[in-house]
Design a protein around this ligand. Structure first.
Ligand code: 9YW
Length: 442
């Protein structure tokens, strides 16, 4: 760390551990103390990565809680609700999943999913367990064996149900499934949606942020709820949802994570002598190829695909670097690293830290303070760093690490950051941001 105004590594570590402790609800970690008082699926994976640095058994508990909420289809829901139902909207009742046949009895969850980072988290838990040895190693190895079938079912569900045409791209049915809620990526598909009769609603997210312009507007939010209502009307049945839902998009970043994570799961399968390793590698390859096939020859960035409109969605968003996450073709990856470090992204003039904003500041869609339309999201940088380490890209890894640690040294653990001023925005004390700090610290 080079910036003298900043706190020591030990202070950062202590503060990050304290954020995870404060968000700890016992067997799950809330994504944020006030804004998000429940467990989110991909947050839980990053949280487990951070927890594994300090407490391997607690990291295992995090993934076990999530897996307990897995639907009988194999789907892992994007929110597992805690008992605290006062702070968040839409809560379990509004989701309409009470009658969904595939939901395990007694566990309240949403009815959509998020990107499958979990096998990557499982790998981290195993590695930390082995480094520590003794009881941690035994627990991590036992957890891998005990949970493998659950992760396998999750990846198979994604590969079969969400990529029925075997194109190597995951189809999502809500912007929330991408985890990039109001990204410019989804402006086109949402523009085409005319919500029908919607039950009245009062938002709560805007009560927890200083400035409502940081959040999606009410018209966007009405469309989010309309899609939930559509899915609930068919009991969240996979086939029926696909037939009726007004949002069907092949999400390239989700698919990049699917490729990377399925590859990790294949390696884990090999380690415990499971015969599914070969099947998983085939799936991982399919998704790598699928992601590569979306790359725009003009921009070099990967694109989403709007199934209902039958057209590519080309935006200057960080999801364009999905191939870097997926891994694969060295020439494509080298070109992507060049773009990432170039003047539209990490090298954009005036950035407080050399970290990629969620939308390029060079794009007309860029909004410096608005959620997925511009701010920097620390957990994403950790994911990019992980992929760099996997691919032996030590220099880029080190840049992402040192810039991230300087950003996180404000000890605010913001949900997202203004790229030019580094002001923390959204929720503070965000769990996956604290987890990212712990993992970067090592
Ligand atoms: C929401 C919890 C979630 C993340 C998403 C992010 C935001 C808000 O917060 O979603 O209401 O679901 O967009 O990626 O998982 O941190």
């Amino acid at each position: 760390m080079t910036d003298n105004n900043y706190v020591s590594t030990e202070q950062l570590r202590t503060a990050a551990i304290e954020v995870l402790r404060r968000n700890d609800l016992g067997t799950m970690t809330s994504a944020a103390p006030d804004l998000y008082p429940h467990m989110w699926s991909w947050d839980a994976a990053f949280v487990a990565i951070g927890l594994a640095r300090v407490d391997v058994p607690r990291a295992i508990t995090e993934l076990r809680t999530l897996l307990d909420a897995q639907w009988s289809t194999g789907m892992i829901p994007h929110i597992v609700f805690s008992d605290n139902d006062t702070g968040y909207f839409p809560g379990f009742d509004r989701w309409g999943t009470a009658g969904a046949k595939a939901r395990p009895a007694g566990i309240k969850s949403s009815g959509i999913c998020q990107p499958p980072v979990h096998a990557i988290a499982l790998r981290h838990i195993l590695d930390r367990g082995r480094e520590n040895g003794g009881a941690d190693q035994a627990a991590a190895e036992q957890f891998l064996r005990e949970s493998f079938d659950g992760w396998l079912a999750w990846h198979r569900w994604l590969a079969d149900v969400r990529d029925p045409g075997r194109v190597g791209l995951i189809e999502i049915h809500h912007g929330w499934e991408s985890g990039f809620d109001n990204s410019p990526r989804w402006d086109g598909p949402y523009a085409a949606i005319q919500p029908g009769q919607l039950d009245p609603f009062t938002r709560r997210d805007i009560l927890h942020v200083a400035d409502v312009s940081e959040r999606p507007d009410d018209a966007e939010y009405a469309k989010y709820l309309w899609l939930v209502q559509q899915m609930a009307s068919v009991g969240f049945d996979d086939k029926a949802v696909q037939d009726i839902v007004d949002f069907r998009v092949r999400d390239v970043f989700f698919s990049g994570i699917m490729a990377a994570s399925t590859w990790v799961l294949a390696d884990l399968a090999d380690e415990i002598g499971r015969p599914e390793a070969a099947e998983l590698r085939e799936v991982a390859k399919r998704f790598r190829d699928g992601v590569d096939s979306t790359v725009s020859p003009e921009t070099g960035l990967a694109r989403d695909y709007d199934v209902l409109a039958d057209q590519w969605i080309a935006t200057d968003t960080v999801s364009g670097f999905a191939p870097l996450v997926a891994g694969g073709d060295p020439r494509l990856l080298a070109h992507q690293r060049e773009i990432l470090q170039g003047s539209d992204w990490m090298g954009f003039p005036g950035l407080r830290f050399a970290l990629p904003p969620s939308t390029s500041p060079a794009s007309a869609a860029f909004r410096a303070r608005t959620y997925w339309r511009g701010p920097v999201w620390p957990f994403l940088n950790l994911l990019l760093g992980w992929a760099c380490a996997r691919d032996g890209q030590d220099d880029l890894y080190e840049t992402l690490r040192s810039e991230s640690l300087q950003q996180l040294n404000d000890l605010a653990f913001g949900e997202y950051y203004e790229p030019f001023t580094a002001e923390p925005l959204g929720s503070l004390a965000q769990a996956w941001t604290a987890a990212a700090a712990l993992e970067w610290l090592g």
